[in-house]
Design a protein around this ligand. Structure first.
Ligand SMILES: Nc1ncnc2c1ncn2[C@@H]1O[C@H](COP(=O)(O)OP(=O)(O)OP(=O)(O)O)[C@@H](O)[C@H]1O
Ligand SMILES: [Mg+2]
Length: 218
C-alpha cells in the first residue's frame, strides 16, 4: 500500500513530515517515539480524522481504514451495542469479547466503564471488520498486564485472519518487538528511522534512535 508524502502544521508550525512510504500488506508496523513526536498526528491523518496540509488523504483511493484513537470512548449505550457499531456479526462480537475478557460487561453502559475496560471494548469494536489499514494508537496503554496480553493475542489473530496493514503506536518497546514486523521511529515530527523490528530496536543506525532506546529500554 503506497502512502503519499504529507505534512501537518498547526499555525504554520510543522509538527509532522512524512515521506512517501510503501506499507507491506499483512505486516504490522510499530510506531515508537517520544511524547509530541507526531505519532498520533500521523495516525489521525491516515484515519481521515485530521486534514494534512495537502488537504487530501495520503492513502490510495477507496482504502478502508479502522482506527482506535489514543483516547478511546464509549457511546451512551450498552457495551455490546457499542461493539456492534464496528460490525454486525454477533458471533464475532461474542468471540472477541471473550478474547478480551469483557463478556461480563456486555450489558453495562459503555460510558461508565473504567479506562482499561473502555480500551478493551474499543479494541473489540475496531477489530470487528476487516480493513485495508488498521491504526491502533496506544491500544494497551490503559490496560493491566493480563488484559494487554489478551489484546496482543487479539491483534495477532486479526492480522492472521485479514492480511491488511496494521499500524500500532506504542510506548512499550517490548510490545513493539512482539507485535511489529517493522518499527517506525518518529523524532520531532520526522520519520527518522525505520526497518525490521530487530534491526531498529537492537542495532539502530541513527544516534537519536540509540539515545531514545537507551532511555526507554533496558
Ligand atoms: N490541535 C493542535 N494544535 C496545536 N498543536 C497540536 C495540536 N495537536 C497536536 N499538536 C502538537 O503536535 C505535536 C505532535 O502531537 P502528537 O499528538 O502527534 O504526539 P504523539 O507523538 O502522539 O505524543 P504522545 O506520545 O504524547 O501521545 C505535539 O507537539 C502537540 O503539542
Ligand atoms: Mg499520541
Amino acid at each position: 500500500m503506497e502512502v503519499r508524502a504529507f505534512s501537518k502544521s498547526y499555525d504554520q508550525n510543522p509538527v509532522l513530515r512524512f515521506p512517501a512510504f510503501s506499507f507491506e500488506k499483512g505486516a504490522v508496523y510499530a510506531v515508537i517515539g517520544a511524547n509530541g513526536s507526531g505519532k498520533s498526528t500521523f495516525a489521525r491523518v491516515l484515519a481521515g480524522a485530521l486534514f494534512c496540509d495537502q488537504k487530501s488523504s495520503p492513502l490510495p483511493a477507496g482504502c478502508k481504514v479502522g482506527y482506535m484513537p489514543q483516547k478511546s470512548y464509549g457511546f451512551r449505550m450498552s457495551v455490546e451495542k457499542n461493539i456492534l457499531l464496528g460490525g454486525k456479526d454477533r458471533q464475532r462480537a461474542r468471540q472477541m469479547m471473550e478474547g478480551l475478557a469483557i463478556t461480563h460487561l456486555a450489558e453495562r453502559r459503555a460510558d461508565r466503564l473504567s479506562g482499561g475496560e473502555t480500551a478493551r471494548m474499543a479494541l473489540v469494536r475496531t477489530l470487528m471488520k476487516p480493513y485495508d489499514l488498521v491504526l491502533l494508537d496506544e491500544p494497551t496503554a490503559a490496560m493491566d498486564i493480563a488484559s494487554a496480553a489478551l489484546a496482543e493475542n487479539c491483534i495477532l489473530d486479526y492480522r492472521r485472519e485479514t492480511g491488511g496493514v496494521m499500524v500500532i503506536v506504542t510506548h512499550s518497546l517490548k510490545q513493539a518487538r512482539r507485535l511489529g514486523d517493522q518499527v517506525l521511529f518518529f523524532h520531532q515530527g520526522n520519520l527518522l528511522e525505520w526497518g525490521p523490528s530487530a534491526q531498529v530496536l537492537e542495532q539502530p543506525e541513527q544516534e537519536e534512535t540509540r539515545r531514545f532506546l537507551e532511555f526507554y529500554g533496558a
